[in-house]
Design a binder for this molecule. Structure first.
Ligand code: SF4
Length: 322
């Protein structure tokens, strides 16, 4: 298959996804919205008025429509780095593949997870365990500014006030890594990084700690000059008598080095306009908690298409960067 058809094929798929998303939005905004309501209503017994779904519609508009376009922001986020494949990252940029913005369902899951983070951060701040961030904007900015700010990142309103007190910015400039850790506390005079994870019922059966969490927390330790991290799991389904599980670990230096190596490979190849080889970093089929497959595997596996992509890279002078 020629490169053009690959790209056309990709664009077609993107357009189809866009159309599907539009359709879903339509569904929530017009007549079909009312049909969904009456279907829901059929299952409800009792003396209720039929709502017009204005509450749900408002949630949809606030959460999804107000959301700014996702961008990579020019930084690597520590949570993405365990499954990062330098070859895949270059291919994604050459093919201009971007992650789909979350829909209402996925965004709600993220937001509920963040809210639970804030709840735990509040409890741990109140109990005096977490060390408040002395540079928090919560100290200098009125809470009303934070709650009603246009910036979607402040959607969590009062929660955001708490998270900004608890969280610490994390940067490793040399490698363009940037994020925020959930908190810092001390155990016998030793600083620990806190990482909070909400986990569903399936996780509580195995209680296995994903390697990507170890890598993420180790990067926080590296940036903040600490050697230990605690991962605190919260049972978001509320199915356990003790809804918490705590794991303490020492920073994994080899995981940190692995990330730095991958970023160097990415940088060197993007400068030289070459593709890293199919490599030990190949994690297709198990990328992140959503277990999505590598989005560029079909291009990656075809040597002739890769050659054409390299030519396009040079001919069109495409800039490939994080
Ligand atoms: S298929 Fe594997 S090696 Fe190829 S880009 Fe995807 S993750 Fe990387």
């Amino acid at each position: 298959m020629v490169l053009e058809s690959f790209i056309n094929d990709h664009n077609d798929r993107c357009n189809t996804r866009k159309q599907q998303k539009e359709k879903r939005r339509e569904k929530l905004s017009k007549e079909s919205f009312k049909q969904t309501v009456s279907k829901t209503q059929e299952a409800v017994t009792g003396d209720f008025f039929i709502p017009d779904f204005s509450l749900v519609k408002s949630i949809h508009e606030t959460v999804i429509d107000a959301r700014k376009e996702d961008s990579r922001g020019g930084y690597w986020h520590p949570s993405q780095m365990h499954y990062m494949c330098p070859r895949g990252e270059i291919l994604q940029r050459l093919l201009n593949i971007r992650q789909d913005a979350p829909d209402l369902n996925l965004q709600t899951k993220f937001d509920v997870g963040h809210s639970l983070h804030a709840y735990l951060q509040y409890v741990l701040l109140k109990s005096g365990i977490l060390i408040p961030n002395p540079n928090s904007k919560a100290i200098t900015q009125p809470i009303s500014d934070i709650i009603f700010s246009d910036d979607y990142s402040f959607l969590y309103g009062a929660f955001e006030h708490i998270t900004s007190l608890a969280e610490y910015p994390v940067r490793i400039d040399e490698y363009n890594i940037k994020g925020r850790c959930d908190g810092i506390f001390e155990v016998n005079g030793t600083k620990h990084v806190l990482e909070i994870k909400t986990a569903g019922p399936k996780w509580w059966v195995k209680k296995s700690v994903q390697p990507s969490y170890i890598t993420q927390a180790s990067l926080y330790c590296e940036a903040l000059g600490t050697d230990y991290f605690d991962i605190l799991f919260l049972d978001k389904a509320g199915t356990n008598n003790l809804p918490y599980f705590e794991v303490v670990k020492e920073k994994d230096c080899s995981a940190v080095k692995n990330v730095f190596d991958k970023i160097e490979i990415f940088n060197n190849h993007s400068e030289a306009h070459t593709l890293p080889s199919k490599s030990i970093y190949c994690e297709q089929g198990k990328r992140g908690f959503m277990k999505s497959r590598c989005p560029v595997s079909s291009w990656c596996m075809d040597a002739s298409e890769c050659t054409k992509l390299l030519k396009k890279w040079d001919d069109e002078d495409i800039i490939v960067k994080v």
